[in-house]
Design a protein around this ligand. Structure first.
Ligand SMILES: [Zn+2]
Length: 495
């Protein structure tokens, strides 16, 4: 199988917040799991530089847009380190030479199909969302996402004939050819399509965009609307601008899975507009759109613009990458918003990683050192055939984006291991084995079994907590003699 997985590219008007870090980690867990399952995988991240919000934030900060965008985009790109992300590629739409030719090619293909036309447009525009709203979608004349006033805009724009693709999109989504998960989001988008699709504006005046953005091919008075531009990043990073691009063929056209991981606020752009643009251009659409809800703090949505932000880098500095990744996988629910607290992050890490997996690993390695000089007894046991199932089950859960089930499989395996230790009491057996060959063989068998189970758990957690996985496997790796017991996860102490 060949899998291409992407995250949404954020606009870079401020530092990254925790909700976006969740999206990155969720996609990274998926990418790592598919690699372990034997897929060829390409994992793309990036930044949406051409957003009008970037221009306004730069103006407010009194900095040139280019400098402002470069600075903030670099902060997003630098998240890969602290979050331990396995990106294969990263695209910055304003700085990457692959981007503009791809957007232009997509535009020209839609135009050649007859799907682009110019007309006067008037409507209510939220600059936070960078989209127009119908009057009935507004709440008290305000944007439903941002709860702030919208701008009334009247100008000539280029339009895309989205109405031509109503039947096509309904078929795609209803048949599952385009998978939208979890189910409530699929229902939401299907209802939207069935409610009737109107043509959408895909450009704006160069003046209103303050000259920031890609010009409409053949019309210098207009720049391409930021969503048409931004969505194209998924294929511009594959060299779509060049009709001969081998990467585009490999990772898009001939790929088995083309997966977009996104937040619920931008579902319509990904499940409706984007597949329609691609269909218009005669190109295949994504195969799967995985939607996540928001993180909240004290019940309020995390948002860069609302100034309510939890810095993921700060959490990593305080509690470590694995604690944060584990909390994301363990506690974030698939459909409803999840409230973040530091107390819960610390509690989960201490309970599952320090006391659970960490403690079990340490006890077992210590036993092997105390009673067998650190050498794992070479005994074949029936559990050896059973343990690979854990890794397969975990990979399968992650492939279905059920990260919480994957975590439960791991914590269940650790609990079973601890129970087994308590029931078999190898330390008592060790006390009285003496020269008794049967008892020696029994203890050999137990220790071999425990070690192979720790190995299995260590391998199974790799997509979720790669750092911890590496430390567990370093303790019980495939070498005959184990290194001295070293804690793999230190309990987090909070004041
Ligand atoms: Zn808005």
């Amino acid at each position: 199988m060949r899998t291409y997985v992407t995250v949404a590219i954020p606009y870079v008007n401020a530092a990254p917040h925790l909700g976006y870090a969740y999206e990155l980690v969720q996609a990274d867990v998926y990418a790592r799991a598919r690699r372990l399952a034997g897929d060829e995988v390409r994992f793309l991240g990036g930044t949406d530089d051409y957003s009008l919000k970037n221009v306004l934030a730069a103006e407010a900060a009194g900095v040139a847009t280019r400098d402002f965008v470069d600075f903030h985009a670099s902060q997003f790109e630098a998240l890969a380190g602290p979050l331990n992300l396995s990106f294969d590629d990263f695209i910055r739409t304003s700085a990457d030479p692959r981007h503009a030719p791809a957007v232009e090619r997509l535009w020209r293909a839609c135009a050649a199909r007859g799907d682009l036309y110019r007309r006067l447009y008037e409507g209510d525009y939220c600059i936070g969302c960078e989209r127009f709203y119908a009057t009935e979608e507004l709440i008290d004349c305000r944007c439903p996402e941002h709860r702030r006033p919208v701008d009334h805009v009247a100008e000539e724009n280029w339009f895309f004939r989205l109405s031509n693709y109503e039947g096509h999109l309904e078929r795609l989504i209803a048949s599952g050819e385009l998978e939208v998960r979890p189910e409530p989001f699929r229902e939401e988008v299907l209802a939207f399509v069935r409610g009737g699709l109107e043509d959408i504006s895909v450009s704006r005046s160069t003046r209103r965009a303050r000259g920031w953005g890609l010009a409409v091919p053949g019309d210098e008075t207009q720049v391409i609307y930021v969503w048409f531009d931004a969505l194209a990043n998924y294929i511009s990073a594959l060299g779509f601008g060049d009709p001969e691009s081998p990467d585009y063929r490999t990772w898009w056209k001939d790929s088995d899975r083309r997966v977009h991981v996104i937040g619920k606020g931008i579902l319509r752009f990904h499940a409706v507009y984007w597949p329609a643009f691609l269909a218009s251009a005669g190109e295949p659409g994504p195969t799967s759109i995985q939607v996540h809800p928001y993180l909240t703090v004290a019940g309020e949505k995390l948002s860069k613009s609302a100034g309510r932000s939890v810095d993921p880098r700060g959490l990593v500095a305080d509690f470590g990458t694995d604690a944060l990744r584990w909390w994301f996988a363990r506690d974030v629910t698939p459909v409803a918003d999840t409230d973040f607290t530091i107390a819960r992050l610390v509690e989960r890490a201490n309970e599952d990683l320090a006391n659970g997996l960490g403690n079990a690993t340490n006890r077992i390695v210590t036993l092997v050192h105390r009673h067998r000089g650190g050498v794992v007894p070479a005994v074949k046991n029936d559990l050896d055939d059973e343990v690979p199932c854990l890794e397969l089950d975990v990979l399968e859960s992650i492939t279905a984006f059920d990260l919480r089930r994957a975590v439960r499989l791991v914590t269940d395996a650790v609990a079973a291991l601890n129970r087994d230790l308590e029931v078999t009491k190898p330390w008592q057996l060790a006390k009285c084995e003496g020269a008794d060959r049967l008892k020696r063989a029994e203890l050999d068998g137990l220790l071999a079994r425990f070690i192979s189970r720790v190995r299995a758990i260590g391998r199974a957690v790799e997509p979720i907590v790669p750092g911890l996985s590496a430390r567990v496997l370093a303790q019980v790796g495939d070498r005959e003699r184990l290194p001295a017991p070293t804690p793999v996860f230190a309990k987090i102490e909070t004041a």
